[in-house]
Design a protein around this ligand. Sequence first.
Ligand SMILES: Nc1ncnc2c1ncn2[C@@H]1O[C@H](COP(=O)(O)OP(=O)(O)O)[C@@H](O)[C@H]1O
Ligand SMILES: [Mg+2]
Length: 369
Amino acid sequence: MAPDNTITISNDVQKKWQTIVNILAKTIHIPAALIMRLSGPDIEVFISSETEHNPYVAGAKEHFENSGLYCETVIKTNNMLLVPNALSDDDWMNNPDIKLNMISYLGFPILNPDKTPFGTLCVLDRKENPYNDIHKELLENFRDAIERDIELIEKNFELQNTLSHVNSLLKEKEILLKEIHHRIKNSIASIGSLLRIQADSSDKSDVKGALQQAINRVRSIQIIYEKLLFDDNYTETSVKEYLEDLVQAIANSGTDNFNISIHTDIDDFPIAVKSLFPIGLIVNELITNSIKHAFGKTDKGTIQLLLKRQEQNITLSIQDNGSGVPVNFDHDTSNGFGLVLAKMLTQQLGGEFTMKKNNGTVITISFSI
Ligand SMILES: Nc1ncnc2c1ncn2[C@@H]1O[C@H](COP(=O)(O)OP(=O)(O)O)[C@@H](O)[C@H]1O
Ligand SMILES: [Mg+2]
């Protein structure tokens, strides 16, 4: 919208309207065909036909009220006006267009979509002209086309407004989501800190150990939120980057045995957060188990974490070359919490869990995404 609340007519539409007035002037054989437009307190020649002896220049303005112009009457009565010869018409013999020699007039009102006046479409002649029915029909039809153009322009304008409103709402939502993720991340970090304080304040090594395990589980979730915030994408993130960070964190806190090395070979693809939670917790449990149970305090050892994707099928395996599970060990009846949790989470992923002794222990989990 322009400052005076009038809509902006694009150059393309102005060109089209120029063609309309040019055709009108040529077909009716008159010097001037105009689209007049109200503009604040003024009336303006908006488009003027490119014809010989046309005295009207686009952009020329006059104060509208009491101008005495033909167009003032058309707009105020919202009706067609036909003046065949102003010089022989008492009502029109003193109108301002006579100075320009324009003594005959035919004009139709143009309305905005809300039925307020937009202006007029009119033709003027230097000689008496009664204009016939075909001329009137022609003007009326072009007037309708102009009104449809205005309606389209307004609809488009409203659409743009709605679009920018929706966009700003979307931006707001994104900011809100980021804020929420920040809070979740901070809350998880606080849970970790609370558990840490509790662990530090206990003298009992089994209590300390259990709390440390809980801290590690919390950490596997915390890293997910750090990744999500870093990516600015709150629904998925790279499984490779996440697991590499997680393994690093486990390695840094899980063992005093510096002879254990952890290798990873992880396909790089984004994965939904929903799957990332169980994957992270499973990896945390199984790598911790290998560190804790597979090797003696000074043993040299290797742990391998593989995650391979074939189309929608994922295979995750954790293998160590340690002592293997104890003789007669059956993971289905073992009452350790770590394996129970890992199997539960595998079920949540809709996957299969296998645990084998093979120069150490291999656990393979396969599932689809
Ligand atoms: N990688 C491994 N190497 C050797 N033994 C393992 C391994 N993983 C698990 N185990 C055996 O399985 C048991 C159950 O593990 P888990 O359910 O995680 O409980 P926890 O680790 O608390 O003992 C362990 O106590 C250990 O005897
Ligand atoms: Mg365990």
